[in-house]
Design a protein around this ligand. Structure first.
Ligand SMILES: Nc1ncnc2c1ncn2[C@@H]1O[C@H](COP(=O)(O)OP(=O)(O)OP(=O)(O)O)[C@@H](O)[C@H]1O
Length: 440
């Protein structure tokens, strides 16, 4: 606590209370600001003799009785403001040369024309703004401003300085603001005159707000390092303003670096880098497309080499490869449909455990018997393959030879040589064989 030098407790909802003891027990205190703090009673005289004290702003409270600054007023004290309190009298010695503001106290009913009671004493002159008269007139493009040093347009580093408790209330105080300008360009290592201050005013928090513009000296822009350095010095309050400005904080505006303004302002190196990168990417994409195309062609060729049925077999089968057949071939469903006139009823030869048996005729005139598996007798692909491999190997004069098979579109069909003489039973019973009904 003893190290506190700046106290601002304004606008809090404290319980109404008299002046706290610590008011005059903080040896380092330089500014005491409690506006609308619900304080009442008398103000202890000791407060004003605190050795470091420069500023007392206790507006909007309910202090009453007599305001007595005492006889040993701190030589540092320059501002005492008790506006809108209930003081009925005031005692101040001639040794005090600073500002005393008492507007809004009953005492001013008796002393309306004194400087203490002048309501407008805070703004006696127009707000200070850095002069550009030597630059004649002339407008700058958006985001640029005219430098008071070179009179040229440039991109300033700018922001707002908030002085929380300046020791003066006159926003037209040219001497103070010129001192601030000079300290800014000196401490921030800028060219003399390259600082512009604009329209200082007291905001609703009673902070003095000043728009600050700092101009580059070697061109229209600051570089990143300079912006970081200046921004750090102001934002972290490494920069110390003249004493009468008191404590402050700084809110910077974003800086419009040249690379934000589009590709035209990008460096040559960056453009070359981007172009090379795009070229490499394009070559890689073309290479990938050619490779994919070649792979597809190879896959198609391999499929064609495998042959229709075996390719189909390979697609539908996970286990095993194409069947190894002897003298039997693959038929497409379409081919067998045509040969039986779309499996016409008239071409049915019989019905066995496997399913219906149809008579058919191939385009070369060969008759065939087609055993078409019905739903219940369908085998797994692997079993079907094993069966046709086995059947294709069996050749005997008393056995019907396997001509081929069909395995696609959910069909399993075995194609045999057609026995025109019918079955053994037919021969025994003397039943004649049926006439072939062909689609042709
Ligand atoms: N190669 C063929 N040539 C002419 N007709 C045939 C031929 N194979 C079968 N058939 C006819 O189809 C009918 C059914 O034959 P299929 O061999 O399917 O029955 P199956 O003799 O009961 O034997 P399985 O029970 O093993 O299927 C036979 O009765 C016959 O009339």
């Amino acid at each position: 606590m003893t190290l506190l030098n700046y106290v601002d407790l304004s606008n809090n909802t404290f319980d109404p209370s008299p002046s706290p003891q610590w008011f005059w027990k903080l040896p380092q205190l330089s500014a005491l600001v409690i506006q609308s703090g619900r304080l009442y009673g008398t103000v202890p005289m000791k407060l004003f003799s605190s050795p470091q004290l420069q500023q007392v702003i206790l507006d909007g409270n309910a202090f009453n009785g007599t305001l007595d600054l005492g006889r040993s007023i701190s030589s540092e004290l320059s501002m005492v403001s008790f506006k809108d309190n209930d003081f009925s009298s005031v005692t101040v010695t001639s040794s005090y040369n600073g500002t005393l503001a008492l507007a809004g106290n009953p005492v001013c009913d008796h002393l309306p024309n004194t400087a203490y009671c002048n309501v407008t004493q805070h703004a006696p002159s127009p707000a200070y703004t850095t002069s550009l008269v030597k630059c004649f007139s002339g407008a700058c493009p958006p985001e640029q401003s005219m430098s008071p040093q070179s009179c040229g347009c440039a991109y300033p580093y700018q922001g707002v300085m908030y002085f929380r408790a300046p020791f003066f209330a006159d926003v037209g105080n040219g001497t103070a603001f010129q001192e601030l300008e000079s300290k800014l360009w000196t401490k921030l290592e800028l060219s003399p005159g390259s600082v512009a201050l604009q329209d200082p005013f007291f905001n609703s928090d009673s902070y003095m707000q000043v728009q600050v513009k700092l101009f580059p000296s070697g061109g229209p822009y600051f570089n990143r390092t300079e912006v970081m350095r200046i921004g750090f010095d102001l934002s972290n309050q490494t920069f110390k303003p003249p004493k009468e400005f008191g404590p402050y904080y700084f809110i910077a505006s974003p800086y419009p670096f040249p690379d934000r303004n589009g590709p035209a302002s990008k460096s040559k190196g960056a453009i070359i880098g981007i172009a090379v990168g795009c070229g490499v990417l394009l070559i890689a994409l073309v290479g990938a497309a050619v490779y994919a195309f070649m792979q597809r062609r190879r896959a198609q060729k391999a499929t064609e080499e495998l042959g229709g049925p075996f390719a189909s077999w390979a697609r539908s089968e996970e286990r095993g490869g194409a069947p190894r057949l002897k003298g039997a071939r693959w038929f497409s469903c379409e081919e067998l449909k045509r040969s039986t006139n779309n499996f016409a009823e008239a071409n049915e030869l019989g019905y066995g455990g496997y399913g219906k048996v149809y008579r058919g005729m191939l385009p070369n005139g060969q008759f065939i018997a087609i055993k078409r598996a019905q739903q219940g007798s369908m085998q797994g692909g692997h079993e079907f393959k094993t069966e046709i491999e086995l059947l294709s190997r069996v050749h005997h004069k008393n056995l019907v030879g396997l001509v081929g098979f069909c395995f696609e579109q959910g069909e399993q069909m075995l194609v045999y040589e057609y026995m025109s003489a019918g079955t053994l039973r037919d021969s025994l019973t003397g039943k004649p064989s049926s006439r072939l009904v062909s689609s042709r």
